[in-house]
Design a protein around this ligand. Sequence first.
Ligand SMILES: [Zn+2]
Ligand SMILES: [Zn+2]
Length: 129
Amino acid sequence: MGWESIKNCNECGKVFAHPKNSICNSCMAQSDEDFRLCVQFLREQPDESATFKEMSEATGVSLKRIMRFVREGRFIVKGFTNLKYPCAHCGELITEGKYCKPCKEELSKSIHFSEEDHFNPNYNGYLRE
Ligand SMILES: [Zn+2]
Ligand SMILES: [Zn+2]
């Protein structure tokens, strides 16, 4: 591995080496565990009124990390109308996909844009039945 793969972990700041990952192995393992806790939290909800703040409080997972899961497209939370997160383009609060409707329309005018490229609903996500 060359120098270019040595970097600081985005989560804990420790120096580590990996060609692609932006967080170190121990944060990666912790992050998977946190994701599991969040999914479990959603499964245990009696209704669909949960918010990300409640999720953070109940699981002990930081909102920052939960937002990272969201950005990575790991949460599929259709039905949970209070689970809002900012549109990746303008910051408008949305509950589905990666962009709000106006941004999606705007971006879809660009021929190279496809939401699937940015948001993969099948990626290790939580699908609510
Ligand atoms: Zn780390
Ligand atoms: Zn937007």
